[in-house]
Design a protein around this ligand. Sequence first.
Ligand code: ADP
Length: 228
Amino acid sequence: MVELKDVSVTYSSGVDALEHVNLKINDGDFAFVVGASGAGKSTLIKLLLKEIDATSGTVIVNGYQLGTLRKNKIPELRRTIGIVFQDFRLISSMTVYENIAFVLRVIDSPPKLIRKRVPYVMSLVGLQEKAHAYPHELSGGEMQRVAIARALVNDPKLIIADEPTGNIDPELSYEIVELLRTINMQGTTVLMVTHEHELVKRFGGRIINITDGQVVFDEIMEGTDYEI
Ligand code: ADP
């Protein structure tokens, strides 16, 4: 669950990146966050990961009150969140399997769990047969599916997808959003930042529009291809 209560962020340069934002994303929700470049979307993501702090207001993520969260608890918070980036951020010297397993290895997960969980998330994203491929042998859509599997492997409560379709062909973009929707239907909360209005229109659902640091629209819209 994500909750922002009257949150403002002012950078040291004096820029007000977010102003009096109130937002609640319940467990199990799927929401698109849309807005022009410079609107404050990245600031919102950084806030949720506690990469930056709110200048005022309260931020709660998956039960953690970020304003009072001690530094040594930040990794614990971040383990409840899976992140998918526009540029995939896969490790080029590692296979698909290793890219995903790596997340569990760094937190010292038992090898037995790794051997079970990694194939499972690979099958969720439909990439079992690519386990031994390297990132350069994959298409953009496949790379993003690896990144989604990697975000999922630690069973996070929340997935934040930051422009996940930004480097992918339009038809494959649709598949990526469908995959995120499927993951959401299995119980993971998904927050997808995008400026691809066409995609958002096709899927519909909850749409949060941030303009000049403010939430100017937050409603559930009917999609052209999907029923809510
Ligand atoms: P978006 O992700 O929607 O493009 P950002 O959250 O990156 O928007 O930026 C919101 C506003 O804050 C913009 O005016 C941007 O120039 C400013 N901004 C972003 N990061 C910083 C920073 N580290 N220092 C100062 N200003 C920043």
